[in-house]
Design a protein around this ligand. Sequence first.
Ligand code: GLA
Length: 389
Amino acid sequence: MTIINNLKDNFFTTFKTNSENVFFSPGRVNLIGEHTDYNGGNVFPCALSFGTYAVVSKREDREISVHSLNFEQLGTIDFNLDNLSYEKKHDWANYPKGVIKTFEDHGFNIPTGFNILFYGNIPNGAGLSSSASIEVLTAVILNDLFNLNIDMISMVKMCQEAENKFIGVNCGIMDQFSIGMGKENCAMLLDCNTLEYRYSELNMTGHKLIVANTNKKRGLADSKYNERRNECETALAELQKVKNIACLCELTEEEFENIKDSVSNPIMAKRAKHAIYENQRTLKAVKALEDNNLELFGQLMNKSHISLRDDYEVTGIELDTLVSLAWNIEGVLGSRMTGAGFGGCTVTLIKEEFVDLFIEELTKKYTEKIGYEPSFYVVNISDGARKLI
Ligand code: GLA
């Protein structure tokens, strides 16, 4: 594994000490079930084979030194266990710092500092969860270095809390959960209300999942993500006046149609409609996949995109262009945006023999319309965050 030896060499150059502790945490792609997690609904994500690596060593003092090969220009960033506050100038290092702080807030004692060298091969800002990847990676490192014996789901919840409270992005639990609990060759159906989950093997003989990156620059924190959450909460509060529900996704499509007029603002009603229909669509899609009905799975992916475009309004010209071009390419069974939206990536289910054509056509036509090229990744599904050696 040359990547690991490379990272160990880099670790020595950076910290003047050797380490044999190497960890990995994947990125994630969601196949269907978008903007349902914080509405108490179902999601169907999987962990990717690319992600974030870390080489780690303990220190004697209370200093924490972190260095990312992805942000060399920022150099090594140092902070201390006695001052774990958010600092803008610490940039990406606020993600690991937020996780350390959250662990301490929950009473887990971190007795000494440590050095970490990070390297990620998830494209940043692509909506494949590079931030959740480094959060869960940090949690797994702390758990291992200090023998904290915390189970993965508790760590996943603390990572989400770090993102919500320390970073200030009001995300749901999907990203951290899929990165922590991922399983090779499987997507997971997760009920974000109860955290019940099960794995569903992806036996897609003759087919591939392709992620296409719009390459549009996007920041989740300053996007309209938090605004969408608030809109859903407003709709929920109005629906709760006529029906005893705890979250939007408790409603079936039919139940929603019967009471939708109680949502006074038509925009909020559209947001709620998306969440409720998308949740049911996710269950139908998992069934289709398990029945080996890939055609139906693809059609449900397409419907998901249309709902995110028209009712949830989180797509935009770049994502819509990639998806509508994909719909017209031979061999494509389904294509949709994945993740928060507002840029980022699409995911496409396609017959294997058409992959080259797909990449060629999309590159040509997307570039003609948008002015820059998309990038492509074939999805390989890996296990969740773990110690490698
Ligand atoms: C982001 C969030 C997730 C989820 C998706 C949309 O990735 O971090 O919690 O809400 O957007 O499905």
